[in-house]
Design a protein around this ligand. Structure first.
Ligand code: ZN
Ligand code: ZN
Length: 157
C-alpha cells in the first residue's frame, strides 16, 4: 500500500510506502488539546516506510515519552512520535484519502467526552445553507489539494 498526505497549507507533505498499523482514535486529554478536537485519529507507520516529501514539521515535546509534529505555517497536527521508536504515528485526517485507513480501535477512553456517542445523531445543517457556504469558500481556497503537487503554492493566480 502507498499513502500520501500533508498539512492544510501544503508546506509539509509526506508519503507512506507500506501499511498503516493500528488505525485508531485517541480520546486522551493530551490528544484533545493537541488537535483542538474531541479525539485524535492516529495510525502507525514503520520508519522505513515513511518519507517527508516537502518541508519539515515543527515539534512540541508533549511529555518525556512523546513529541508531536505539526506544520509551523498552518498549524495542522501531523505526527505523534514516541521517543526512540521504530516508527511514527500520522494523523489519519491529514491523509489525502482518509477513507483508506478506517479506525478499528479507541484508546484514551478515560477522557472520552460524555456526548461523544451522540455526535452522529446531531441534526444536519439545512442542505442549502451548507451548499451555499461551501460554494463561497470554493471560489478561492489556500488549502493544498488532496494529491501531491510538483509546485506549491501555484504561481500567480
Ligand atoms: Zn501547513
Ligand atoms: Zn492520546
Amino acid at each position: 500500500m502507498a499513502f500520501s498526505g500533508g498539512c492544510q497549507c501544503g508546506a509539509v507533505r509526506y508519503r507512506i510506502d507500506g501499511d498503516i498499523g493500528n488505525p485508531h482514535i485517541c480520546h486522551c486529554r493530551m490528544c484533545q488539546k493537541a488537535s483542538g478536537n474531541y479525539f485524535m485519529p492516529l495510525g502507525w507507520v514503520q520508519r522505513e516506510s515513511f518519507t517527508l516529501t516537502r518541508g519539515a514539521p515543527s515539534w512540541f515535546r508533549s511529555s518525556d515519552m512523546v513529541r508531536r509534529g505539526f506544520c509551523q505555517a498552518c498549524g495542522t497536527p501531523l505526527f505523534f512520535e514516541p521517543v526512540n521508536s521504530e516508527g511514527i504515528n500520522v494523523t489519519l485526517g491529514s491523509l489525502d484519502e482518509p477513507e483508506m485507513a478506517k479506525p478499528t480501535l479507541q484508546s484514551g477512553q478515560g477522557s472520552r467526552l460524555s456526548f461523544f456517542h451522540n455526535l452522529s445523531e446531531l441534526p444536519d445543517e439545512a442542505q442549502e445553507v451548507s451548499a451555499d457556504w461551501l460554494t463561497a469558500v470554493a471560489r478561492k481556497t489556500y488549502q493544498h489539494p488532496d494529491h501531491d503537487t510538483a509546485e506549491w503554492p501555484p504561481k500567480d493566480e
